[in-house]
Ligand binder design. Structure first.
Ligand SMILES: *Cc1c(COP(=O)(O)O)cnc(C)c1O
Length: 294
């Protein structure tokens, strides 16, 4: 885990120099605690420790970037971690969950129906030593942490900042941190996620909610973690051309969407664009070997 690994890469050539586009390589922070997850977790962990809690408890799916990030980051801070995992326990654990156990996380498998009832899980597992973190780090605490994604490097010269959106916590943080001349664009990777606008607004003050931002819903490729051959081809192309590894759940859809938007004239030719590489590469381990060229 090293914040100094993060840098800004010029990837204009990837799009044949039709626009001036750079990418914040937050994926390089760590191979497991990657991209936005450490940023979103940092103040949850700080608050938990300040309150004298010994254990972080949270939720996620079997390939969740948030689960593995909580496990590894929690362990590095000397905290115990507990993960409530969506779905029955499989006969073979995913690499993500195997790693989470490796970092000391205790896993509880919860049926899909029960998993939706977060409040009930919390009520049934009351422990004064536990600090609960919402799934995906969603919350104002998470968004406040995500703000620093725009300040670890000088990002003032960009007028457009584009990111992938799951819970919207990172995007809310970017909106909070954005300067008046900057617009934040989010590409939702969930299908028909109409509640996402309200979910983001709930993390913003009234003034922040009046800042310049936009949500785009056209690049989910069929829904969460769904993909098509064109997306896989695109991922291999990005790696071959720019040594840019992408994850298929978030950042590949983001980068594909940005190219499509560019060809449709979405951006001014003079625009300076910064896309956020929010990490998630460990999730590519769900692919059969050989699917990806990296
Ligand atoms: C979790 C995640 C996101 C989505 O972040 P939200 O704050 O939930 O919107 C985007 N990209 C990657 C790689 C992620 O792991």
């Amino acid at each position: 885990m090293n914040i100094d690994n993060i840098y800004i890469q010029d990837i204009s050539a990837l799009y044949n120099n039709i626009m001036n586009i750079n990418i914040l390589r937050a994926d390089l922070f760590d191979s497991l605690v990657s991209g936005n997850k450490w940023f979103k977790l940092q103040f949850y962990v700080r608050d938990a420790m300040a309150a004298g809690k010994t254990t972080l408890a949270t939720f996620g799916g079997p390939y969740s970037n948030h689960i593995i990030a909580t496990a590894k980051y929690g362990a590095s801070m000397g905290l115990n971690t507990v993960g409530f995992i969506r779905g029955e326990k499989p006969t073979t654990l995913s690499p993500t969950l195997t790693d989470a156990i490796q970092y000391g996380m205790t896993l509880y498998f919860v049926s899909r129906e029960d998993f939706e009832q977060t409040e009930k899980i919390i009520a049934e597992n009351q422990d004064p030593n536990w600090a609960w973190i919402p799934e995906g780090g969603y919350g104002i605490t998470g968004a406040e942490g995500a703000k620093s994604m725009l300040t670890i490097k000088d990002t003032s010269s960009y007028d457009t900042i584009i990111c992938a959106v799951g819970t919207g916590t990172m995007m809310a943080g970017l909106i909070k941190a954005a300067a008046p001349h900057q617009k934040v664009i989010g590409l939702s990777i969930l299908k028909n996620n109409i509640s996402i606008d309200a979910a983001i607004k709930a993390l913003l003050t009234k003034e922040e909610a009046n800042k310049n931002f936009e949500m785009i819903h056209d690049y989910h490729f069929g829904g969460y973690a769904k993909h098509k051959p064109a997306l896989i081809d695109f991922m291999n192309e990005c790696y071959k051309k720019m040594e840019l590894p992408l994850d298929f759940v978030y950042t590949a859809k983001l980068m594909y969407g940005v190219r499509d938007l560019a060809t449709k004239g979405k951006f001014e030719p003079s625009s300076k664009i910064l896309v956020i590489h929010s990490g998630g590469l460990q999730g590519n381990r769900s692919f059969k070997k050989g699917t990806l060229r990296f």
